[in-house]
Design a protein around this ligand. Structure first.
Ligand SMILES: C[S@@+](CC[C@H](N)C(=O)[O-])C[C@H]1O[C@@H](n2cnc3c(N)ncnc32)[C@H](O)[C@@H]1O
Ligand code: SF4
Length: 375
């Protein structure tokens, strides 16, 4: 039973731990927040496998000892939770499902032939059967490296490829784009959402400028719909005309241009030619119209040898302050190169970016921040 000035705490059922050397990497399954515990911290955590009282004054007051400080930290990170909370959560909390992001896949086609592209839309005859079999082979090669079961992924199903390669689904018509956004906004509004991100994606989205333009003109900043709309796009950068750059500036579309390295041959045009000159021209046009630009760089087996500081220099040159690094979606990458080498390569460029005012981000970013003590 609790004494009046104490409350019982227990280890949360959502805690995940991995022993690394003499430390324990620890995080909350739902909230993240990776950190390391030494032996002493681990013993303290273990003591909460059964409920233990904590002085309530400790929760807001100054910690007097290391044990108290650690306890405060573990509670703040929801690693230790009040027994009454854990008991009242016999059913898993239902996920809050709200429409905050709308993504339009404007074209299931592309004018590039990127060697590593996971979409399979790059310049070649398309067959759903071929693509499905290719995914299977890559799983076999990577069997050792696969930690999660992707067997059921919608991205790897025959149905998915059938839809993608159906000629009826190659290009989204303007009327369809507008209808999709209208219905997505109606759902968002009905859930009380007041601000959404609308992203133009592909294949290569700018192959379908007609529909992008129609959507921008129809919805503008979303005022008439009662929902603020922020726009973004991810593009290969080869189809940026003055008209496109002007409209993107007018509607404040954040433009993410994919570019891995000035020396990488992995993003050729469909006819095999180097795409760099035409992408640079696109980046310069965006710069002239003062668009908000970020670079999207892929760190994959194909770009490994060329992924270096030169991408930071390029970002500075074209006025981009952020580089989003997408680490390969193909599991063989991790088994071939190993976590340590991948982290080292990425980290060198992160550090160089800092010296030049360019931030490198990606889904790995938050984990790095925590490891480096910027939590
Ligand atoms: C699939 S493309 C679609 C948009 C547009 N065509 C472009 O290239 O920006 C989106 C992003 O995915 C990245 N990408 C493609 N295949 C990848 C892979 N296997 N691993 C990591 N990133 C990949 C591309 O480099 C690009 O930045
Ligand atoms: S430009 Fe984009 S969609 Fe086209 S092949 Fe390259 S990564 Fe894939």
């Amino acid at each position: 039973m609790n004494l009046p000035d104490t409350e019982s705490y227990v280890l949360s059922a959502d805690v995940v731990q991995n022993e690394i050397g003499d430390r324990f990497a620890t995080y909350h399954r739902l909230l993240g927040g990776l950190f390391f515990l030494d032996r002493y911290g681990q013993e303290l955590l273990e003591a909460y496998r059964t409920p233990k009282p904590v002085r309530t004054a400790l929760l807001s007051g100054e910690a007097r000892t290391r044990e108290e400080e650690l306890t405060q930290q573990l509670i703040a990170r929801h690693i230790l939770v009040p027994v009454r909370v854990r008991q009242s959560r016999s059913e898993p909390a239902s996920l809050e499902k709200k429409v905050n992001i709308i993504q339009l896949i404007l074209a299931n086609a592309c004018n590039f032939g990127c060697t590593y592209c996971f979409e399979g839309v790059q310049g070649k005859k398309m067959s759903a059967e071929d693509e499905y079999n290719k995914v299977d082979t890559s799983r076999l090669i990577a069997r050792e490296g696969i930690k999660v079961n992707i067997e059921d992924s919608i991205y790897a199903s025959k149905e998915r490829f059938d839809h993608q390669y159906d000629s009826k689904n190659r290009s989204m018509k303007p009327a369809d784009g507008i209808a999709y956004v209208e219905s997505a906004l109606a759902v968002a509004r009905s859930e009380g959402v007041r601000e959404v991100m609308l992203q133009f994606f592909g294949g290569e989205p700018l192959l379908n400028w007609r529909t992008i333009h129609a959507v921008l003109e129809r919805f503008g900043n979303g005022e008439s719909e009662g929902v603020k709309i922020n726009y973004s796009t991810v593009t290969n950068g080869s189809l940026i005309t003055e008209e496109v750059a002007e409209a993107f500036a007018k509607y404040q579309v954040a433009v993410c241009v994919s570019f891995d390295s000035p020396t990488s041959p992995s993003r050729p045009l469909k006819n095999g030619d180097d795409s760099t000159p035409v992408v640079m021209q696109g980046l310069r046009t965006l710069q002239r119209f003062e668009n908000r630009v970020a670079i999207n760089a892929a760190l994959t087996s194909a770009t490994w040898d060329d992924f270096n500081n030169s991408i930071v220099d390029l970002a500075v040159d074209v006025g981009a302050q952020e580089i989003g690094v997408v680490v390969d979606f193909d599991p063989t990458f991790y088994s071939n190169y190993g976590a340590q080498r991948i982290v080292d390569r990425l980290w060198k460029v992160v550090e160089y970016g800092r010296t030049r005012g360019v931030v490198l981000t990606g889904y790995w970013h938050q984990i790095f921040q925590v490891m480096l003590g910027f939590d």
